[in-house]
Write a protein that binds this ligand. Structure first.
Ligand SMILES: [Zn+2]
Length: 337
């Protein structure tokens, strides 16, 4: 059975969410959570945690219940808002989390073919990583939600210098409006691999798991998923898994620095890529004195990228070839509406 990986927002549908999470649990990507959490206390314990060990989860993976199911519990909604999102119930992450009501299953339901297919896909990612690693090499995962600008390309180039293999490894699940469509994301990175960073050690392979837009805790959750898939390295960047400008851009990097000793995967924290107007190049390191003093440090704006891509106008931090390739292939249909 083939699974349509192009899950649009319009498909924010309870059956999909459940299959996605069940497939993920069965494939072991959420270890140490291996099954449905059977009591609300277990859920609250994860949410309330202040210290982390290798046995910690960062986001509880819950299965919303259908109206006719009775083996359920209710969670403390304000705890979700505060501990996961440091926000309130208006935030997109919170609204998605509670989208099907405050009723969550306390036992694994019957498993659909779609959930099985999702498990198989994730298992195949693990096998692929494991095959690359068999010679004792390092394999790094790069999480992404965006059409890459020159800063992203610089980061991937940097990762290829430090690790033997780099897999562009976006999480694939239900998205929010404005997110890049999966087909577009795949085509973008295929273009990067074929034309910008041709390298036989660079791959594109997504993993099935949903986005929570939970910023710092989600960065840790993402690292855990990659650890469970067998990756040796993972990179966390500026505003990792944030939305609506809720989290300070450096929050995820700071949180990872704090907890990374509890993980068995090596985490690179890259505070961001900028353009240096003295060196006339994109950099992720302190390239010169002017840059160190922030005189020549120019931000690469995601909003400007979006505008340029949507209007087909040039922006100096985007690869022109990539953008015209996307516009030729997809016209203007690039983002979730
Ligand atoms: Zn410089």
């Amino acid at each position: 059975m083939t699974v349509d990986i192009n899950i649009k927002l319009q498909n924010l549908e309870i059956g999909w969410i459940r299959d996605l999470r069940i497939g993920g649990l069965l494939s072991g990507i959420y270890n140490p959570q291996k099954n449905v959490l059977d009591t609300v206390e277990e859920v609250h314990k994860i949410l309330n945690a202040n210290e982390y060990t290798p046995e910690s989860s960062y986001i509880p993976v819950l299965l919303p219940a259908y109206p006719d199911e009775n083996s359920v519990y209710t969670i403390d909604e304000s705890l979700i808002a505060e501990s996961l999102f440091r926000s309130n119930n208006k935030y997109i992450g919170h609204r998605n989390f509670m989208a099907f009501g405050n009723r969550f299953l306390n036992a694994m339901p019957s498993i659909t073919k779609r959930a099985q297919a999702i498990r198989t896909h994730n298992d195949n990612v693990r096998k692929f990583v494991s095959a690359l690693k068999s010679a004792g090499t390092t394999v790094c995962a790069f999480q992404t939600r965006n059409i890459p600008h020159n800063g992203h390309i610089k980061i991937i180039h940097h990762l290829l210098e430090i690790c033997d293999h780099v897999i562009i490894n976006p999480v694939v699940g239900i998205k929010k409006p404005g997110d890049t469509l999966m087909t577009v994301l795949e085509e973008s990175y295929q273009y990067v691999i074929d034309n910008i960073l041709p390298n036989s050690n660079l791959y594109y392979m997504p993993v099935f798991s949903d986005m929570y837009y939970a910023g710092p805790k989600e960065a840790a959750h993402h690292a855990l998923i990659r650890q469970n898939l067998g990756f040796t390295h993972f990179s966390v960047g500026r505003d990792h898994a944030g939305a609506e400008n809720l989290f300070p851009p450096e929050a995820a990097v700071n949180f990872m620095t704090e907890i990374k000793s509890s993980l068995h995967i090596k985490v690179f924290t890259i505070p961001g890529a900028y353009y240096c107007t003295s060196c006339n190049e994109v950099t992720i390191l302190d390239c010169c004195e002017e840059y160190r003093q922030s005189i020549s440090k120019q931000n690469i704006s995601g909003t400007e990228c979006r505008k340029a891509i949507t209007n087909g106008t040039p922006y100096k931090h985007l690869d022109e070839g990539l953008i015209s390739h996307l516009v030729n292939n997809f016209k203007k249909d690039l983002f979730e509406s």
